[in-house]
Design a binder for this molecule. Structure first.
Ligand code: T3D
Length: 261
């Protein structure tokens, strides 16, 4: 793991799970340039660290993230350039990480904060969580992957409705829409997130990493290309120790002990 010291995020590793906490609670974890760089570094370090087999992204305090810190926007900045150097590398670091990523959505996720949650592989929502495509309220367009992830999660019509109307989607509605994996009560939230992520960290990590890559690219491929991709993936997975362990455990009628190798 990188020994980098972070100022705007907190990281910890427990049972193979790296938890990254956005830590600007007084600003609802709104993203400054520094925080975006630190988040990107943390996700890139997770790729290199064999100890890490799953990642949780969450926020300190009552919010997941309110998106771009509107106080941290410099006069005359080109937003497109800013996105290309901050949010876009972060979104790519999350999606290209060959390990599962859970957004533990502990409260409101607005603007690019919602996009970040959508870029994760799973979303566990606290009962007070909500999602807000806030961009329209300040005359901007969805960014940080929202136009990619949202239609894939809820369909084009609903994605457009959420973007144009900018209404807040509460946790239960988010679950009905398929935006979140599950909604958890405040009493059980932390325990459930760790339980869910620990389960992910005990899976055959290389196979899971490959599944993530294949599913993300799926809509861009023909059936023929998908079949080729699957055959290639199965060659790789078939050579892992985790595959051997999975078969051995099945034959011995026991639970497999996957190591991520
Ligand atoms: O830069 C680029 O490249 C462009 C990229 C843009 C990406 C984007 O994310 S654009 C969208 C930016 N985000 C927003 O527009 C959301 C703004 N915030 C809100 O709409 C609301 O705060 C929330 C719905 C998220 C929460 O509402 P509520 O009522 O629970 O809390 P609040 O009272 O509005 O906020 C609490 C504090 O957080 C408050 O500070 P104060 O008054 O206590 O000192 C508020 O100003 C601060 N805060 C909330 N959001 C942001 C923020 N400070 C800076 N930036 C924020 N985005």
């Amino acid at each position: 793991m990188s020994t980098a010291t972070y100022e705007t995020i907190v990281t910890s590793v427990e049972q193979g799970v790296l938890t990254i906490t956005m830590n600007r609670p007084d600003q609802l974890n709104a993203c400054t340039t520094q925080m975006l760089q630190e988040l990107t570094n943390a996700f890139r370090s997770a790729q290199k660290n064999d100890e890490v087999r799953a990642v949780v992204l969450t926020g300190a305090g009552r919010a997941f993230s309110a998106g771009q810190d509107l106080q941290d926007v410099k006069d005359g900045v080109d937003y497109g350039e800013h996105l290309q150097t901050t949010y876009n590398p972060l979104v790519k670091a999350v999606t290209s990480l060959e390990k599962p990523v859970v957004a533990a959505v502990n409260g409101v996720a607005a603007g690019a904060g919602a996009s970040l949650a959508f870029a994760c592989d799973f979303r566990i929502a606290h009962e007070s969580a909500s999602f807000l495509q806030a961009f329209v309220h300040i005359g901007l367009v969805p960014d940080s992957g929202a136009t990619y992830f949202l239609p894939r999660l809820v369909g084009t019509a609903k994605a457009l409705e959420l973007a144009v109307l900018g209404n807040k989607v509460k946790a239960d509605e988010a679950a009905q829409l398929g935006l979140v994996t599950e909604v958890v009560s405040k009493e059980d939230f932390e325990k459930r997130v760790l339980e869910f992520a620990t389960h992910l960290a005990q899976l055959p990590t290389k196979a899971v990493g490959w599944m993530k890559k294949a599913m993300h690219g799926s809509f861009d491929r023909t059936l023929e290309e998908s079949l080729d991709q699957e055959a290639f993936g199965q060659t790789i997975a078939g050579r892992t120790m985790d595959h051997q362990e999975g078969v051995q455990a099945f034959l011995e009628k026991r639970t497999p002990n996957f190591t991520g190798k």
